[in-house]
Design a protein around this ligand. Sequence first.
Ligand SMILES: Nc1ncnc2c1ncn2[C@@H]1O[C@H](COP(=O)(O)OP(=O)(O)OP(=O)(O)O)[C@@H](O)[C@H]1O
Length: 219
Amino acid sequence: EANVQVVLRCRPLSVEEQKANVQSAVSCNDTKREVTVLNSLFKQADKTFTFDTVFGPKSQQRAIYDHAVAPIVDDVLEGYNCTVFAFGQTGTGKTYTMEGEMMQQVGELPTSAGVMPRAVRHIFDILEAQKADYSMKVTFLELYNEEITDLLASEDQSRFLEDRHKRPTLSLMEDGKGGSVIRGLEEIVVYSPGEIYSLLQHGSTRRRTADTALNMQSR
Ligand SMILES: Nc1ncnc2c1ncn2[C@@H]1O[C@H](COP(=O)(O)OP(=O)(O)OP(=O)(O)O)[C@@H](O)[C@H]1O
């Protein structure tokens, strides 16, 4: 099995887009794992691309997690290092897919919960079921314009938020064991999914890219 899997998800048209009668520029064939870019809308030849998995606009958050991410989290719990990341143009649904609705701290996950809250819940469920002794640490950083900032840095450093140019940046170093390490990154010990959701929410508000999202909403 390949070490890198590329999963493509197409979001549905928003209510605004539907009202404006815009046409979808892509069409998905989940079974054939194909996405066609409908250049014919612009009188050019359509182009079809094949991916490891394709999720069409009707696909639900849970299906994405169960099929594309849960096996990776199982691998992590077996001791492998894994990464899941979202890549795409602005407004294509990266945040929706990765975060979705995260507010709920206890009980059932909301249907709109994305990959991150589902992974957190999955990891805790497995560790609890194993009745194993475990400790868990969370780090949360932003890589923006090749600068690394610690989104969970202690309040002491958060005063730098007022002057973003002075915000301390961290360096990525080799750890001498073939891996990498970010020196000085805050590691917070957590005991429950709720604590992780709070950290994610707190850290998200400190992202520089959060500015753009806020600007969009305030327009
Ligand atoms: N699968 C989906 N179902 C319903 N709504 C969706 C879906 N994907 C995205 N959306 C909605 O589309 C809008 C844009 O999505 P989102 O903010 O996740 O994009 P993004 O790729 O993170 O953008 P940016 O790079 O600008 O942060 C949001 O209002 C989001 O709720």
